[in-house]
Design a protein around this ligand. Structure first.
Ligand code: PLP
Length: 339
């Protein structure tokens, strides 16, 4: 029998979002005693989370021989994407403060964060409900069901914003049942990248990274990693990559000017924003598969396309990017076969 739970106070759930805008740096995360939380996990879950992060940094073909491009191969995470990192930090915080495992974790995600939560819920033993746009690709929906998560499908035409609005409604309707993780506002999201992704990049490049390129979705990867990298190298150039149009096919990325603005987003985290068209992202993903033997997802194609553009302008330096997931999650999409 589960212990009775108190509702999450509204200010904890929604005040945070408002108070947080652009200031996640000041926000305390609840994951203050990571060792303690880990020690309480079943041994199989402890072993699983120990494999999150420390992904390989792979050299990618560069059109400029004077400038290297390196990509963090995030599909090496146990849940198959970069999202294992923030999902674990978010879950760890909720376990530490006692919201989980008593409540059901609720969030909106078009796929990878959902899969990471579902994996963690199955391993650790808490229920997971995810608001997912109905047009999320079938591989993702099947994966979520395989992990035993509950899916709430939302209007395909409303995209990831529709899923966010539905998750907010559900959280308000039933605060006893749900704990709303809210990856778009949860400070543990950028903190995970500040503490792990950026630290790994610095170590793996021996401090030689001069440019950091990342896609903008929740914006956690970019704002978190850039915070640490700028501390380590104040003149590092930070490039945020987004789809060129509001309606696009780059899973995981947001057209920030027209989408709901993530509370953790801060425009000053980037030196430059690069827009990439869906066709160019897909072509770059095909290029990595065919020329480098790297089967990556379409957002990896987008950041790689932006890196290739960037290095053509440079005389020297080292460009590092994050390849958020592998291509096997997108194989039902027709563009792989194009030439
Ligand atoms: C495939 C993919 N690429 C890129 C991103 C963007 O990462 P972030 O949310 O850290 O901005 C996501 C986020 O869900 C993703 O799933």
């Amino acid at each position: 029998m589960k212990a009775p739970v108190r509702p999450v106070p509204a200010e904890e759930m929604h005040g945070k979002r408002a108070a947080l805008a652009g200031s996640w740096e000041q926000q305390e995360t609840e994951a203050e005693r990571p060792g303690e939380v880990r020690a309480r996990l079943p041994s199989h879950a402890r072993a699983l989370v120990a494999h999150i992060g420390n992904t390989p940094l792979l050299p990618l073909p560069s059109p400029n021989p004077a400038v290297r491009i390196l990509g963090k191969a995030e599909w090496f995470n146990p849940g198959g994407s970069v999202k294992d990192r923030p999902a674990w930090w978010i879950v760890r915080g909720a376990l530490s403060s006692g919201y989980l495992p008593q409540r059901e974790l609720l969030d909106a995600s078009s796929g990878n964060t959902a899969i990471a939560y579902a994996m963690l819920g199955a391993a650790i033993g808490f229920s997971v409900t995810l608001c997912v746009p109905a047009n999320a690709n079938p591989e993702r929906k099947k994966t979520l069901k395989a992990y035993g998560a509950t899916l709430v499908e939302t209007d395909a035409l409303e995209g990831s914003d529709g899923a966010i609005l539905r998750a907010r409604e559900l959280a308000e309707e039933d605060p006893v049942r749900f704990w709303y993780a809210d990856q778009y506002a949860n400070a543990a999201n950028p903190r995970a990248h500040e503490a792990t992704t950026a630290a790994e990049i610095w170590d793996q490049t021996g401090g030689e990274v001069t440019h950091f390129v990342a896609g903008l979705g929740t914006t956690g990867t970019l704002v978190g990693a850039s915070r640490r990298l700028r501390r380590l190298r104040p003149n590092i150039r930070i490039v945020g990559v987004e789809p060129a149009r509001a309606l696009h096919g780059i899973e995981g990325l947001k057209h920030l000017d027209t989408a709901l603005r993530p509370a953790i987003w801060n425009e000053s985290a980037v030196d430059r924003r690069e827009q990439v068209r869906t066709e160019d992202a897909q072509a770059a993903a095909r290029r990595l598969a065919r020329d480098a033997g790297l089967l990556v997802g379409v957002s990896s194609g987008a950041v790689y396309a932006a890196c290739r553009r960037l290095v053509r302008e440079m005389d020297s330096g080292m460009v590092v990017t994050v390849l958020p997931d592998g291509g096997s999650r997108y194989l039902s999409e027709g563009w792989w076969a194009e030439s």
